[in-house]
Write a protein that binds this ligand. Structure first.
Ligand SMILES: Cc1ncc(COP(=O)(O)O)c(C=O)c1O
Length: 461
């Protein structure tokens, strides 16, 4: 069992889970909200008006009558979300996994903050803006379900994870277990630690697609020796989109006295879960992927009792030894950048993570359904088990060169995708986002079909 299915009650629009979107019937009303919802129907429409047309909303908010709200379909909702991302709509961006664009409200907070800082930098950044970090910390801690004394705001997942990878005490001969599907930079970090300190890195091969997630847990179990000190595992593999059974891995590791570092670069704010669902000791993520914060934001979670044992990448004072803030000693930086995370949190709060996950899966199912029965088509995750994937999906066309397909998709159709050749994976990663429309997905699927039917020459491997 992974951390799915998403908890229905955690998303503010969790009534979507009723199957409204699942059936692609977008003319159904949004009135399935039950009494347990934390916002009411008026608030939904009111907040969408505020975000869509801020000036108008400030001067006169017309609180809609119940009848009007009833007519807001899920289709309307996702259309209103779509236009909140100021995209180049001459392209279809199906690589939101690398880094995501931010909604307009987030960019506005960033730009306003940077302008304000520039008016009197030393005073405005240090005295006015930097204290705002505490609200950001509280917001992220709350989303992850932990104490704010366990959350550091960093610049990305690489920095977060390397604080732990480089700072955890290990000696020659100690073993670290990871998988061949883990992220190359994180593997490089362990390999460098190997050259420096003589630790041993073991990469477990994972057969794709995974049909039974307990196979992954068993592979870890089998690879553990008396020297194993750390398990480092992705929550979502960047190269297959597989959601790993992190909870089971962490619980198994705990029983054996092994610590678990979870690379959550692709999971945080992508679908609903908290630290207690994972049971990890450490968790590092970027916030410029699925949370939609501006580029250059990340988060590190370290369990409170472990903080004193980790050396930060940049030096901190002795009296900060037990403080999570020792991981934030990076020198002068634009406080407006991390403060804009609070706007990204507000945006996600409005959408609801369960709804976001549902939307992403439905967008995927739309193109998958059109091509899955064509000869030579396969996927790097089990498409029939939606507990095992969400926003990332990797397809493979037997006999084709996926690099050439990627080039063709962009040069001819302005569709951005991610060809991937890594470990035992050779395919194209598709990561839509909640601003992608059904029409864009249908266009993409039709192009894929034309490739499969042999109507495009020169793409074979
Ligand atoms: C699984 C995984 N870990 C870590 C990272 C590093 O993220 P960043 O470059 O934002 O530090 C990525 C980036 O895509 C990733 O996919």
């Amino acid at each position: 069992m992974g951390v799915y299915p998403p908890k229905l009650k955690s998303g503010k629009f969790n009534a979507f889970k009723t199957g409204i979107i699942h059936n692609f019937s977008h003319n159904v009303n949004l009135i399935y909200l039950d009494d347990s919802m934390s916002i009411n129907r008026r608030t939904i429409l009111k907040s969408s008006i505020l975000l869509a047309t801020p000036l108008q909303a400030l001067t006169s908010i017309e609180v809609p009558q119940v009848q009007e709200v009833k007519s807001m379909s899920s289709n309307d909702f996702w259309h209103s979300i779509r236009t909140e991302f100021p995209m180049d709509r001459t392209m279809i961006n199906l690589n939101n996994g690398g880094v995501s664009p931010s909604p307009r409200s987030v960019m506005q907070a960033l730009h306003t903050g940077l302008d304000y800082a520039n008016q009197a930098p030393a005073r405005n950044i240090c005295q006015q803006q930097e204290p705002g970090l505490e609200r950001v910390r509280q917001g992220i801690a709350s989303l992850f379900g932990v104490s704010d004394e366990e959350i550091a705001i960093t610049r990305n997942a690489s920095e977060s994870l390397q604080h732990v990878q480089m700072g955890i005490p290990l000696k020659k001969g100690d073993e670290v277990l990871t998988t061949e599907l883990d992220y190359p930079r994180m593997i490089t970090a362990w390999e460098q630690r190997g050259r420096r300190d003589g630790i041993i890195l073991k990469k477990i091969p994972i057969k794709v697609p995974v049909m039974d997630t307990s196979d992954i847990v068993n592979s870890f179990k089998k690879a553990i020796t008396k020297n194993t000190k750390i398990i480092h595992v992705s929550h979502v593999s960047f190269c297959t989109g597989q959601i790993f059974p992190v909870r089971e891995i962490c619980l198994m590791a705990k029983e054996m006295g092994i610590e678990c570092i979870v690379d959550g670069a692709h999971s945080f704010a992508h679908f609903p879960f908290t630290q207690s669902d994972l049971q990890c000791d450490y968790f590092g993520t970027s916030l410029h992927k699925w949370l939609y914060a501006p580029v250059g934001n990340g988060m590190l979670y370290v369990a409170k009792d472990k903080i004193p044992t980790i050396w930060p990448l940049m030096a901190a004072n002795l009296d900060q030894d037990a403080s999570i803030k020792k991981f934030e000693e990076i020198g002068t930086h634009p406080a407006a950048l991390h403060n804009a995370i609070s706007e990204a949190l507000a945006f996600n709060d409005r959408v609801g993570l369960a709804n976001k996950a549902e939307r992403l899966r439905n967008l995927h199912m739309r193109w998958i359904t059109k091509i899955k029965d064509e000869p030579g088509v396969s996927f790097m995750t089990d498409i029939n088990d939606t507990n095992q994937w969400c926003g990332l999906m990797v397809f493979r066309f037997e006999g084709f060169d996926h690099g050439k397909i990627g080039e063709y998709l962009f040069s001819t159709h302005r569709i951005i995708t991610t060809p991937i050749k890594y470990a035992n994976v050779d395919g194209i990663r598709i990561t839509p986002n909640i601003y992608i429309s059904e029409g864009e997905i249908d266009y993409f699927a039709d192009v894929l079909l034309s490739i499969l039917k042999g109507r495009v020459k020169g793409l074979k491997g």
